[in-house]
Design a protein around this ligand. Sequence first.
Ligand SMILES: Nc1ncnc2c1ncn2[C@@H]1O[C@H](COP(=O)(O)OP(=O)(O)OP(=O)(O)O)[C@@H](O)[C@H]1O
Ligand SMILES: [Mg+2]
Length: 236
Amino acid sequence: MSDLLRVENVDVFYGDFQAVQQASFAVPDKEIVSIIGTNGAGKTTLMRAIGGVLPAKNGRIYFEDVDITGWPTHKIVDLGISQVPEGRKLFGRMSVKDNLIMGSYTPRARKNAKGELEKVYELFPILKEKSTQSAGSLSGGQQQMVAIGRALMSEPKLICFDEISLGLAPTVIKDIYAKVRELNNGGITIIIVEQDVKRSLKACVEAFVMLKGKVVLSGKTCELTEDEVSKAYFGM
Ligand SMILES: Nc1ncnc2c1ncn2[C@@H]1O[C@H](COP(=O)(O)OP(=O)(O)OP(=O)(O)O)[C@@H](O)[C@H]1O
Ligand SMILES: [Mg+2]
């Protein structure tokens, strides 16, 4: 199977501080991969580099064999990579609908915004009911749905989910993960960033463990042992 995304030897800096070091990993088309690691391992920074929010200082990033290194975010979104960012980054005082529409700001997406909005409402009917309410007034789980819906508005081929379960109740997390699988079944390739090793190991997916800015272990989660992952995870 071909890889949809390839990250090769990427370095990312905040000023002089190197948060990602020589990171390499690939995401096969139509698969779910998981990136796990403790606080500060560099997971979010790597997602930001893929989304063009932060520059990759060295290394290359390829999407569908196109070298997108250094591309601005809007072009990357237009090509088919969407982010559900850590902390959701919604506009709390804007309506649910307007938050969703924000996701269709690229030229390709703008044309289909109406149809895409209906699809999001089909996936998350509660968002249709609450479309005129402010996003900030919604529950945590519903806000996560808005963040996912916004990412879908640009008709992505790849979605990067950063800590989607953080702060949510277990039943809500289950629902959100079911939706992620539904999207994957519909043909969308998925990157899930997680701190929760146990949850990651349950789904048999390709996983990459990050530690101190580096990808230190990779393999199918069903083939990696918890011990192996824990050692890589904590650097012991
Ligand atoms: N805006 C920033 N400026 C400077 N340093 C930063 C900034 N954001 C993150 N860092 C640092 O970069 C490193 C990687 O952070 P990052 O947020 O990518 O980790 P993470 O794996 O996503 O962690 P978490 O699980 O807590 O979300 C950390 O040492 C962090 O302190
Ligand atoms: Mg993070």
